[in-house]
Design a protein around this ligand. Structure first.
Ligand code: H76
Length: 441
């Protein structure tokens, strides 16, 4: 066991109201928007297949060229209320917006660099507009902030010389000032989602990552900070050198989920962030440049995440004109229609202790009422859902969340073995069954 100054500051899940709200939200919308939306993955007539928000590096574009995109940024069709209403209908309870991505362009009128929305034809504070619009729909807003900054002259990937060290300390002061500005100027912010913290320069400055977390929590008590910010005394990230998670939730699941049987994750708060295309966070002109996930695949990811006690953050990459591309709108609508009927199995729900992943789907359980849900994705040919119950637990009743009056026959066929007999009908969407249980223990 190492003595750490910059390791995990506490163990176990936070139980305060702000964290309970963050946890109960379960389903969030990620938004990646910046100058990279303008070229949309294409440069000088060539299409780049790598992530569109990385086009600057994929196409080896110098800062002088890339940064001049700011003079073209003018999302004339941007209406934050339209985005917020779409998000509300989709059923998200929170949204995480890129205040500054790796390109270093800031969507708020920061006083610490001119490379911001104020110096574009659009001029207006996009962060404030989004915070106000989403909050008025009852949706919490978190800020994504990239510590990695391709634009800033004092950014360093590693600290090799005295000059590096002097420059990088200037950069850390700049970044901390920006974060202070974000925490102070947008008081309703509920969380900070850090990215771009994988380089040696940050690993060698773990002290700064703790200092930033403590600063944010002193300015905004209750604010939630992801594990990805943190490096400890030895440069260990997410988990300190003693294996303890740093920050308030684990944010290592990017474009992947834990395996459905990986019950390690249920012991901590965690979030998976997910792209709809294979690997595009920012807007790419060619939607079909890679596989794009269907609404049903995304709904299953949301349910699988909930069943393992995590949050699911689904990404949208708005167009340079400020509209949401039609493919994303259609997916949002499909998911929203499903959530309208089934959100009881998601909101304030989590891992159903002792009820493992089934071939036909997942269990989730309401954190407050203990109500147990079975979310069915794969109906067996037999039409029988087989459930292995816990010792001393029997299922007394099963009913469809959507149509409670349609009976589902329940039959205990052996000790701890129950059959649910589904009605002979076809289902075109995943559905939720409420399970009433009796505890004979
Ligand atoms: C790599 C990388 C970044 N991390 C994701 C959350 C996106 O911001 C992507 O650009």
């Amino acid at each position: 066991k190492k003595l750490l100054k910059y390791g995990a500051q506490y163990e176990g899940k936070r139980t305060d109201a702000a964290m309970q709200k963050w946890r109960s939200n379960r389903f969030g919308q990620f938004i990646h928007w910046g100058l990279y939306a303008i070229p949309g993955g294409e440069w000088k007539g060539k299409t780049y297949t790598y992530a569109a928000e990385f086009l600057k590096s994929s196409a080896h574009i110098p800062n002088s060229t890339w940064d001049s995109l700011q003079y073209q940024f003018n999302p004339v069709k941007f209406d934050p209320k339209t985005w917020a209403k779409m998000a509300k209908k989709m059923g998200v309870k929170y949204m995480t917006i890129t205040t500054k991505h790796h390109e270093g362009f800031c969507l708020w009128p920061t006083q610490y660099t001119k490379f911001n929305i104020g110096n574009t034809p659009y001029k207006k504070d996009i962060i404030k507009a989004l915070v106000d619009a989403y909050n008025s729909e009852g949706i919490d807003v978190n800020f994504y902030y990239s510590v990695l900054d391709w634009h800033h002259p004092d950014w360093r990937y590693d600290i090799k010389t005295k000059e590096d060290s002097i420059a990088f300390s200037r950069y850390l002061t700049f970044a901390q000032n920006q974060l202070k500005e974000l925490a102070e100027n947008y008081p309703s912010v509920k969380g900070f989602w850090f990215d771009g913290t994988w380089d040696q320069s940050i690993k060698k400055n773990g002290w700064w990552t703790l200092q930033v977390e403590q600063m944010l929590k002193s300015i905004r008590p209750g604010v939630v900070v992801n594990s990805r910010l943190r490096a400890d005394d030895y440069g260990a990230r997410h988990f300190d050198s003693n294996g303890k998670m740093m920050g308030d939730y684990e944010s290592g699941y990017e474009r992947r989920l834990p395996s459905p049987t990986d019950t390690q994750v249920i012991h901590r708060d965690w979030e998976a962030c997910m792209t709809i295309p294979e690997n595009q966070w920012g807007y790419h002109k060619k939607w079909d440049i890679s596989y794009t996930k269907t609404p049903l695949e995304l709904i299953e990811m949301l349910v699988q995440t909930t069943s393992l006690g995590g949050n699911f953050l689904l990404n949208f990459g708005p167009k340079p004109d400020g509209t949401i591309r039609i493919e994303e709108q259609q997916i949002a609508e499909h998911i929203g229609n499903w959530m309208k009927i089934n959100s009881a199995a998601i909101y304030n729900a989590g891992h159903a202790k002792g009820w493992p992943r089934q071939d036909w789907g997942y269990f989730t359980q309401n954190e407050t009422t203990g109500k147990l849900y079975a979310v069915v994705f794969n109906i067996p040919i037999s039409g029988i859902l087989k459930i292995q119950t816990l010792e001393g637990i029997t299922i007394s009743k099963a009913s469809f969340l959507e149509k409670p009056d349609v009976p589902i026959t329940v039959k205990e066929i052996a000790k701890k073995q129950v059959n649910l007999y589904l009605p002979q009908q076809s289902f075109s969407e995943p559905f939720v069954i409420i399970l009433d249980t009796i505890n004979e223990n």
